[in-house]
Write a new protein. Structure first.
Length: 328
């Protein structure tokens, strides 16, 4: 490729290849393989000398030269991939590539760019004569994507958790409990379900006020979560002052012990209940059901929840602040 041919092509690119927000570069490997030419947009993007016409690949190129370190600071693996893609062009393993990459500029700002490159001409032996590339600043688009993702996660969290207690809401609990119950049957794992109700909570609200009632709901929820804290333990606000918990559990004895542990943990909080007939502190009535799939294969998850709820009703009928458990 003769120098005159490159100069004519360079003029065309400068005249017709410039778009707002779009940087471009070109390398004449035949006559000057150590430098690249670029437009003002690219000079601005990478803080290159605006008065220079061409730049050293080794010192200034963000793809193949020293400036690649600014990509590596943001993501080393992406920097390595970009350099490898560029080498594939030179070694005739590909004719084009496209990459998106983060970039830490000299002001320590994190930017994002989209880059494409194409071999425009090779000699008969496959050696590169001319490469042309474009670079676009997509920082704003990336920031918007991240904001959208944050909002999506926030709304997802709102749709799955109770906003007051931060436990699962009833709908999400029922969805996850369905999976948990199937896993118990498939893996022959024992399962315990507990329905819990704060004793005389209406009287508490009437005496202490609804703001204090909300604070107590949060304290009780935190207490429940502290006792049933394993990753697979499901804890949810089932409605009002009622909660539900389901756990994988080895035996009825272990299951019963966990409920006693919760009762003790709540008592130790000493949340005053001045209008409770059963205690001077806030207490829970609990109805539990222990399920062994090895002996009850025909049992359904709905029946398990219903039986725990029936036991909760029995605990309340028995005077509250008590635990009723059955085994299946």
């Amino acid at each position: 490729m003769i120098k005159k041919e490159f100069d004519e092509l360079y003029k065309l690119i400068r005249k017709y290849g410039t778009f707002k927000g779009m940087g471009w570069w070109v390398i004449d490997y035949c006559n000057d393989p150590d430098h690249f030419y670029c437009n003002d947009e690219m000079k601005h993007m990478f803080s290159l000398d605006p008065s220079s016409k061409k730049f050293s690949i080794e010192k200034s190129c963000p793809i193949a030269g020293e400036y690649n370190k600014y990509i590596a600071e943001a993501d080393k693996k992406i920097a390595e991939k970009i350099f490898a893609d560029y080498q594939d062009l030179l070694q005739n393993r590909s004719d084009t590539y496209e990459n998106s990459f983060p970039y830490i500029n000299d002001k320590m700002e994190k930017k994002h760019f989209n880059s494409q490159a194409h071999v425009l001409k090779r000699d008969p032996k496959g050696n590169v004569l001319l490469i042309h590339g474009i670079i676009q600043d997509i920082t704003r688009e990336k920031e918007l994507e991240q904001l959208i993702e944050i909002e999506k996660n926030r709304y997802k969290s709102l749709s799955e958790t109770d906003p007051l207690t931060q436990l699962l809401n009833r709908r999400k609990f029922e969805e996850l409990f369905s999976h948990q119950f199937e896993a118990a049957n498939r893996l022959d794992k024992k399962l315990g379900v507990i329905m819990l109700d704060i004793d005389y909570f209406k009287r508490y609200n009437d005496t202490m006020g609804h703001q204090k009632g909300d604070e107590t709901l949060k304290k009780v929820a935190k207490c429940i979560r502290s006792v049933f804290s394993r990753q697979n333990d499901l804890c949810a606000r089932y409605g009002g002052e009622e909660f539900v918990v389901s756990i994988f559990c080895d035996s009825p004895e272990v299951f019963s012990h966990k409920l006693q542990e919760l009762k003790t943990a709540l008592k130790n909080l000493k949340i005053t209940h001045p209008n409770s007939p059963v205690d001077d502190c806030v207490t829970l009535s609990m109805g539990g059901c222990f399920y062994d799939p090895h002996t009850r294969k025909s049992f359904t998850k709905e029946r398990l929840i219903r039986k725990a709820d029936e036991n909760l009703y029995q605990a309340k009928s028995d005077g509250r602040n008590t635990i009723v458990i059955c085994n299946f």
